[in-house]
Design a protein around this ligand. Sequence first.
Ligand SMILES: N[C@@H](CCC(=O)N[C@@H](CS)C(=O)NCC(=O)O)C(=O)O
Length: 232
Amino acid sequence: MIDLYTWPTPNGIKVHIMLEECGLAYRAHGIDIAAGDQFEPEFLEVNPNNKIPAIVDDDGPGGRSYTIFESGAILFYLAEKTGKFFPIDPPHRHQTMQWLMFQMGGVGPMLGQANFFRKYCPEHVPYAIDRYTREVHRLYRVMNDHLAGHAYLAGVYTIADMAVWPWVTPYFQGVELEEFAHLARWYHEVEERPAVQRGFAVLSDRQTPGAEIEMDDAARERLYGRSQTHRG
Ligand SMILES: N[C@@H](CCC(=O)N[C@@H](CS)C(=O)NCC(=O)O)C(=O)O
């Protein structure tokens, strides 16, 4: 059994999808990041980086309990554990890693900043909105051009698709998906997968997946406030 500590945001959803795709048994524990659950001592023991997602696998390496955080590392761990969605043959394997890194180092941080400055920042900062919205367009174009000649990011369906897909879901990052025909084709194809739909629905009774998080001043301070840098 895997204990999954998560919230229905893109970084959480990618792991929900992988667990569903692999048919692994898991228990989802909601960590409400707007309410500050990520700073509770019990959660910090699981992830000292105070972010979702994280998992505790009671059947980890050597049959022992194993804790791991960082969504890309979790996908990689689950792929190695099950032998699924991370091809063995060198071109596909390296392409999978390339697009997974592209998501973790580019798509996640840049789209995250675009969403922050467009929706959550208490000040209107045009320079930041322009910068990150342009970056979103650039990243969408890179993926769109690639998907013009490939069914999936690494050629076949892998953890790289699972990592990128939930980031393309929120539409408040200043792009129209349908303007990127190949990316849209891929997006809708992945969306049709039953495991993706089940993964997307995890904890949807507590927060609409991929949607804007309701943010009052207290929640904004918990998530982005200066007090976080002084946490003991
Ligand atoms: N690089 C991390 C990023 C995780 C992340 O940013 N999680 C967000 C939700 S999508 C979070 O938990 N934020 C709470 C906080 O920063 O206090 C990963 O991919 O796991």
